[in-house]
Design a protein around this ligand. Sequence first.
Ligand SMILES: NC(=O)c1ccc[n+]([C@@H]2O[C@H](COP(=O)([O-])OP(=O)(O)OC[C@H]3O[C@@H](n4cnc5c(N)ncnc54)[C@H](O)[C@@H]3O)[C@@H](O)[C@H]2O)c1
Length: 358
Amino acid sequence: MKKLLVTGAAGFIGANFVKYWHQKNTSDEILVLDALTYAGNKANLSSLEGQDRFTFVKGDICDQQLVESLLKKHDIDTVVHFAAESHVDRSITGPDAFIDTNIVGTHTLLKAAKKYWLEESEKEQHLFHHVSTDEVYGTLSADDPAFSETTPYAPNSPYAASKASSDHLVRAYHHTYGLKVTTSNCSNNYGPLQFPEKLIPLCMLNILNGDALPIYGDGKQIRDWLYVDDHSRGIELVINSGHHGETYNIGGNNEWTNIDVVTLLCELLDQRFAKDEALVSRFPNSPCAKGEPAKSLITYVTDRPGHDTRYAIDARKIMDGLGYKPVEDFDSGLNATVDWYLQNEDWWRAILDGSYRQ
Ligand SMILES: NC(=O)c1ccc[n+]([C@@H]2O[C@H](COP(=O)([O-])OP(=O)(O)OC[C@H]3O[C@@H](n4cnc5c(N)ncnc54)[C@H](O)[C@@H]3O)[C@@H](O)[C@H]2O)c1
């Protein structure tokens, strides 16, 4: 039985992970620590509220006293660290919060974990799992081999630089103090509960509301897309069987240009409206309700400064070493995502009108 502290689990990936873990590991206890920033939404965890083995604490990972007291009070043996400022565009206009949460916050957690596990409780069985991104590796050209765990770090945005820094701190706490750590670097996630500032939910809701679909530059930037539950499966494998001090790349083996992702999404929405009359009355402002293709909303906008051209993940280490295999392909994952957003209009309306903020 494990006692987990999961940071940032009112956000997209953390919330999906906690639900996955709670259902699968029925004797483990889960404590969530989340500051409920604009990206955190307690509604993401509403199905777990009041359930056994689940506790939510609103608080900041930079609050060392709070983190230390939680580790002790709940006798935590496993930290799964998702909390972060995660949106590249925001890191360009306001990098400070990224330095505070992603670097200082991660260091605060590491210090508290070292103090509790190595000095106070001398807990032999402990693990600090750090969730990171493929963006730490920089950018690839079309013919470059995909990022592996030995690709040199070359972060290009303040977001990527802050995550790279946190990865180095996690590594250093293993090598210097012997803290048991693992890190996973994953590609772009998609799925239910993703905040609608990220590409797929942003475009999905804009199609429903009849708003423009903004495409940066020529839209030819390539990303590898990973369904969020496949990410949770990968993290679970690393937590249970990963080698301490090592990093694992988790990817979907699923490279797409941004414009092709948006075009595919447009086609899926066109098909949904053609099959389901009710959508026409629910979303009268959508071009699909007026007999026009969703892709008529595509609008090219000035490219993001320093926009990386291509990310691709070589996931052979976790596949060969730990038996990882993504379950969803893009067709099944994207259809499941579209269905989820259509079925959970109250969830995203509350975000669009701001009423989700607690
Ligand atoms: N979304 C992706 O595609 C992707 C890809 C690779 C890696 N990652 C990494 O996965 C993790 C989760 O990403 P996400 O997309 O779910 O992010 P998200 O922005 O949806 O959620 C982040 C959560 O962290 C919380 N948080 C922020 N600052 C905090 C603080 N100081 N103290 C406590 N909580 C705080 C927020 O309230 C929110 O609930 C991040 O570390 C991110 O870097 C994400």
